[in-house]
Write a protein that binds this ligand. Structure first.
Ligand code: ADP
Ligand code: MG
Ligand code: ZN
Length: 615
């Protein structure tokens, strides 16, 4: 049965700025302090921990956005310990649950879990304990499938509730609820039933990744009421970001980068495919690095062996798919390198976030080329990409069409491309904007590639170029690749172009005068904006991939009719740059009115235009 979320007004208030929650005068404050010290061994609270605990202990629904490693677990484990009754925790992965329970038991906090894969006898045992008048457990962890499928569990929760023993409901990794998120888990959508059945029990939802639209999805799907949102900045000042063009010599570049900047340091290299992981690891070993690979097809023993070796510094570099990283708490990861294009900005942010937990300077380097975009897109189409464990744990019983998920994936990917293609704006700003966070690029202090360029940029209206390209695509009969269209536009006289000579509306060579790279920036922008569409297909029996450019009929008219203008930023010529402002903040008034640059007030990230096209 599907529990469709009730439509209601999304109501939440920001709690972070409210001093009420910082108070030391709550009835539980003393107990809180004592247990934080004695049971958890902490000397103090981290940012927002006390506030979140006070709000949930007050009986409010609370939504917490805190970066990975920020200490979310404490915000429900400590209340669970000092509240009467039992706390229900929904968590996406049995391995994460087991890890948590191990830590709780070490601290002498009685906790247990129920999962679908557990022996029935064992489950019976736990249910019996739950029903006993003197249930020993303070925390009960379950996977979302368990809530969706086990009537027995719901009945037991009912009974606990009627005895006043259901203290709190916790939804960990709450972004899995949202299709907009990069870890969508269909079973999370059914969790709205908990609030429906137990409207008075406070819900605490926690996540490290939430864009504005994800946040709204979560609040709505879970049915949170007058929810208080605590969030802190997702900016990580000690991480340095840069995007580097990926060439054939990429592995040599990586080798050099590590040797020059991070000799003998510990790091992660994220790769797209399992084969890439193995190839990259092998090559780095040849270069003399202590590297190993890690991916989903290795058997669990092998995986945990590699992970342990890495944790103990016996291996420096791990070449992994996104399967690697969940629950990893190594503080001294000095670099995270992306060997290929990540699938989404949220995923990218989270993967980078595994670097520099100790607060020391660490590097995040992304090797990008446009052909990786085609490759990733193709792999997405074929379902060939290894998912993060959160997303892959359950695709069964999905009641959301796969098309929908696919579309979101493609959209997320396009945003990632536009991040990489952007050579002017602060990387922090470009990332944080996705989390609905305001960021003043002055605060980057040149810790990203774009801010540290001494160049400034100029804005250029490229609408006419864009129109010509679209017309060219239409006239070529919709059957040529991006590079072919570019060749024609730039006036190539190559055999290939000549061979297909046809009526190009006289546009052959129309872009001859343009600086190198400019035409391709424009065409890629049109793809990212979905005005042109890359149709990816397997071209032949050998399975090589090619793509054909088409126009998106529904979007192209606005451009051709002059309703939409396209403005892109380009690096200013080197000479002029020294006299201008060194850091790429737009001077006030330098953009035409109605230009949407970075409208921080936009309600949803979908409305934020990262590439400065004027609409
Ligand atoms: P998250 O779930 O936000 O990623 P965790 O709850 O797993 O983070 O906590 C990350 C680490 O921080 C854990 O090792 C935890 O013991 C530690 N930690 C949490 N709160 C505190 C605190 N107040 N003082 C010291 N260490 C803390
Ligand atoms: Mg956590
Ligand atoms: Zn910057």
């Amino acid at each position: 049965e599907v529990f469709a979320p009730k439509l209601q007004n999304i109501n939440y208030v920001e709690g972070s700025g409210d001093i009420k929650w910082k108070s030391l005068d709550f009835p539980w404050t003393k107990k809180l302090e004592a247990n934080n010290r004695k049971v958890f061994g902490n000397h103090s609270f981290r940012p927002n921990q006390r506030e979140v605990i006070n709000a949930t202990m007050s009986g409010c629904d609370v939504f917490v956005l805190m970066p990975t490693g920020g200490g979310k677990s404490l915000t429900y484990q400590l209340p669970a310990l000092i509240s009467p009754g039992i706390t229900l925790v929904v968590s996406p992965l049995v391995s994460l649950i087991q890890d948590q329970i191990m830590h709780l038991l070490q601290a002498n906090i009685p906790a247990t879990y129920l999962s679908a894969s557990m022996e029935w006898v064992e489950q019976q045992e736990i249910f019996r304990e739950l029903m006993s008048g003197s249930c020993i457990y303070k925390l009960l962890y379950v996977t979302p499938e368990k809530i969706a499928k086990s009537d027995v569990l719901l009945r037991h929760l009912d009974s606990l509730h009627s005895r006043g023993s259901l203290a709190r409901i916790v939804i960990d990794e709450a972004h899995c609820v949202s299709q907009w998120g990069h870890d969508f888990r269909p079973d999370y959508q059914g969790l709205g039933i908990l609030k429906q059945k137990f409207p008075k029990v406070p819900v605490l939802a926690l996540t490290a990744t939430a864009t504005v639209s994800v946040k709204e999805d979560v609040v709505q799907a879970l049915g949170l009421v007058n929810c208080i949102v605590f969030r802190q900045s997702f900016n990580r000042p000690n991480l340095w970001y840069c995007v580097i063009p990926k060439t054939k010599k990429c592995l040599e570049d990586i080798d050099k980068f590590i040797k020059e900047n991070h000799f003998d340091d510990c790091g992660i290299i994220y790769c797209l495919s399992r084969m890439d992981c193995e190839k990259v690891a092998e090559k780095l070993q040849e270069f003399g690095h202590k590297a190993a690979f890690y991916h989903g097809t290795m058997d669990p023993l092998q995986r945990s062996y590699v992970q342990k070796q890495w944790s103990k510094d016996e291996i420096n570099i791990i070449c992994a798919t996104v399967a690697f990283g969940m629950g990893i708490n190594k503080p001294d990861v000095r670099f995270v390198i992306h060997h290929s294009l990540p699938k989404s900005i949220e995923g990218y942010h989270q993967e980078c976030g595994r670097a520099g937990r100790d607060g020391l300077r660490s590097s995040c380097v992304l090797y990008y080329n446009y052909s990786d975009y085609i490759r990733v897109k193709h792999m997405l189409t074929q379902g060939m990409i290894e998912q993060s464990p959160l997303a892959s744990a359950s695709r069964r019983n999905s009641f959301v069409s796969n098309d929908r998920v696919f579309e979101t994936n493609i959209e997320n990917l396009s945003r990632m491309v536009s991040y990489c293609e952007n050579e002017t704006d602060c990387r922090r700003l470009l990332q944080l904007i996705h989390f609905g966070e305001k960021f003043n690029p002055d605060n980057c202090k040149r810790t990203c590639d774009n801010c540290s360029k001494l160049l400034t940029w100029v804005e250029k209206d490229v609408t006419d170029i864009a129109k010509q390209m679209v017309e060219l695509v239409i006239s070529t009969g919709k059957q040529y690749s991006t590079s072919h269209v570019l060749e024609v536009y730039r006036g190539s006289l190559s055999q290939n172009v000549k061979k297909h000579r046809h009526d190009n509306l006289g546009l052959h060579g129309a872009g001859k005068h343009l600086p190198k790279g400019e035409a391709s920036r424009v065409i890629r922008h049109l793809v990212v904006e979905d005005i042109l569409v890359e149709d990816v297909r397997k071209s032949d029996i050998y399975g090589s991939i090619s793509s054909v450019l088409k126009v998106n009929e529904s979007k192209v008219q606005r451009l051709l009719s002059g309703k939409q203008r396209i403005i892109l930023r380009f690096p200013a010529p080197a000479k002029a740059s020294k006299m201008n402002k060194p850091e790429g903040t737009p001077a006030k008034g330098s953009l035409p009115m109605n230009t949407m640059t970075y409208d921080m007030g936009a309600q949803s990230t979908n409305e934020i235009d990262l590439n400065l096209s004027v609409k």
